[in-house]
Design a protein around this ligand. Structure first.
Ligand code: PGA
Length: 249
């Protein structure tokens, strides 16, 4: 099955109204003729700006996290329906920065994933091992565990409405990219693991690679058989770099 390539930007906690305006308009014009699916995941306060700038373009937008709850007394939290109010199509769940700094456990991530699906958002589920885990040779175990909690909660068919992003924690924002072969190995593992539950779902599942993707390494990464695009942090803040990565896809 041929899967469309998808590139999603993760702005993290960067941006301001004027810098976003120029970044969004540059990305919009620079990517208008590209074939890849493209999205940007922006900080919550800028969702309205992303919606205003990107409506009618070929670029979708989304958020970087959401609450596992529908509504209620959860000070500081943002629900999935609030995101759909602003036209979001995507939401990142389980990013390693949420897991490590904000205590998002596998169970919380699985609840957020389920809550996203419930309101029609496409969750981008991040999985990946730390350096210590890779060095202890438990990369496979960690990634499968992170995936299995979501499958146990939402069912394997839920992955037809989701995207998985493999992001080795040691490669995020460090300039150390996983080699195309290292990334492909884990992507293939994810796909074959999903295939044991449902081969059709596995064949159609978009699996993105994330971790120091740049225009210079994107083509080789995206050329691997099980890498269907990228989740881009730092380089998504530089219009030319992000457009270059989208062009590579
Ligand atoms: P990076 O971040 O591209 O800056 O390494 C990727 C991510 O955290 O999603």
């Amino acid at each position: 099955m041929s899967r469309p390539k998808f590139v999603a930007g993760n702005w993290k906690m960067y941006g301001s109204l004027p810098t976003n305006a120029s970044l969004l308009s540059a990305v919009k014009s620079g990517s208008s003729s590209l074939k890849a699916q493209i999205a940007v995941c922006v900080p919550y306060p800028y969702l309205a700006q992303a919606q205003a700038e990107l409506a009618g373009s070929n670029i979708a937008w989304g958020a970087q996290d959401m609450s596992e709850y529908d509504k209620g007394a959860y000070t500081g939290e943002v629900s999935g329906s609030m995101l759909t109010d602003f036209g979001c199509r995507y939401v990142i769940v389980g990013h390693s920065e949420r897991r490590s700094y904000y205590g998002d456990t596998d169970a919380v991530v699985a609840s957020k994933f389920a809550a996203a699906l419930k309101v029609g958002l496409t969750p981008i589920l991040c999985v990946g091992e730390t350096l210590a885990e890779r060095e202890s040779d438990i990369t496979d175990k960690v990634v499968i565990r992170q995936l299995d909690v979501v499958i146990a909660t939402s069912g394997v068919e839920s992955l037809t409405k989701a995207v998985v992003a493999y992001e080795p924690v040691w490669a995020i924002g460090t300039g150390k990219t996983a080699s195309p072969a290292q990334a492909q190995e884990v992507h293939a593992l994810i796909r074959s693991h999903v295939a044991t539950a449902n081969a059709g779902v596995a064949a159609g599942l978009q699996i993105l690679y994330g971790g120091s993707v740049k225009p210079g390494n994107a083509k080789e990464l995206f050329g691997q058989p099980d890498i269907d695009g990228g989740l881009i942090g730092g380089a998504s803040l530089v219009a030319d770099d992000f457009i270059g990565i989208c062009a590579a896809a």
